[in-house]
Write a protein that binds this ligand. Structure first.
Ligand code: DP6
Length: 328
């Protein structure tokens, strides 16, 4: 009745921004991401009649928001319903990285809670259904179920909205060098950002354009065409952040260092010093993408920028999976 899962966050190259159905988390557009190798979330779940109520413990966290506890309780309720069980659970979860800085902590956290709960109650489930179930907890968790390069098909209802792998982790040797520029929690959660997206006068335009970018990026990955791929991800990053900036109220996720890094990346490219491209999710953290052969050089160059708190080099990695070592 006990199971443990590990999951990694992902970085979105085509962003999920805005929901067609907030309750079911049906997105407005398909999105595409890569699972990251370094950061991870672990979660152990045990169902037992020894527990009189659900106990949820976050290891190494200074602050746990009510909303986070609620999201986990709802996962437990959904899984209990599927298994026809009334047993209460103990959940212990741990992240290897700070939350709320633009790394998809809810993606890895809630996909690991989902798989650990499903396994702990002995439910057999295929990857598609696991992705659908994870989607109800967090949008990014939908994708974090799969390996490598992942597409979330928006679908139109609970049955048809799920993620699938489009390329294996070792299909393409690219790296995401994550530059953490602030350990402060973001002020506006992505869930709120999603709900504001439609208030931007440019949102309809974004939804029209994103379809083409998705088609083009899939082709660029297929061809392993790094330049083409890189220009698409920067364009897409600015498309999402243009919506944030022009939402009412407006959201600005970047800080001064975020902008400095973006400028440096463009300068290095213009000077033919380094071909790298950036993308940013809902926070100040910058994800700098390069080819595997250039990652060491890129890290050294980034070390020259003052104020970066941590650099982490990531390969395309595996999605959520069960492991034997429990947290309790
Ligand atoms: C900017 O998955 O955090 O990272 O579904 O409300 O939990 P909820 O939102 P969340 O949204 C992440 C948005 C993003 C872009 C992306 O990962 O595609």
């Amino acid at each position: 009745m006990k199971a443990t899962a590990i999951a990694h966050p992902d970085i979105a190259f085509i962003k999920y921004w805005g929901k067609a159905d907030p309750k079911l988390r049906i997105p407005q557009n398909n999105s595409l991401s890569m699972i990251l190798s370094e950061p991870y979330s672990l979660c152990t779940v045990e169902f037992s009649n020894r527990y009189k109520k659900d106990e949820i413990v976050f290891l190494n966290e200074k602050e746990v928001k009510k909303e986070e506890l609620k999201r986990i309780s709802r996962v437990l309720d959904r899984v209990r319903k599927l298994a026809g069980s009334t047993l209460k659970a103990k959940v212990m979860t741990k992240n290897s990285f700070p939350k709320g800085v633009g790394l998809a902590s809810s993606g890895s956290g809630l996909s690991s809670v989902t798989l650990a709960s499903v396994k702990a109650l002995g439910i057999q489930m295929n990857q598609k259904d696991l992705s659908r179930l994870a989607r109800l907890a967090s949008g990014t968790a939908t994708r974090c179920v799969c390996d490598g390069f992942v597409e979330w098909i928006k679908g139109e209802d609970d049955k048809t909205s799920y993620a699938r792998q489009i390329f294996t982790p070792n299909y393409w040797e690219i790296r995401d060098v994550i530059a953490i520029v602030s350990a402060d929690m973001k002020k506006i959660k992505s869930t709120k950002g999603h709900s504001l997206a439609k208030t931007s006068p440019f949102y309809e335009i974004r939804l029209r354009e994103v379809e083409k970018r998705l088609k083009d990026i899939k082709m660029a990955i297929k061809e392993r065409n790094f330049s083409k791929f890189g220009h698409i991800i920067e364009e897409e990053c600015f498309s999402m952040h243009a919506i944030c900036l022009t939402s009412r109220p407006s959201i600005l996720y970047w800080n001064a260092l975020t902008v400095e890094i973006m400028r440096k990346i463009r300068l290095w490219r213009a000077n033919k010093e380094m071909e790298a491209f950036f993308t940013i999710d809902a926070g100040p953290t910058v994800h700098i993408i390069c080819e595997g052969k250039n990652s060491r050089k890129l890290v050294n160059k980034l070390k020259g920028i003052k104020g970066i708190q941590r650099l982490s080099v990531n390969k395309p990695a595996l999605g959520v999976r069960a492991i034997k070592k429990h947290l309790f």
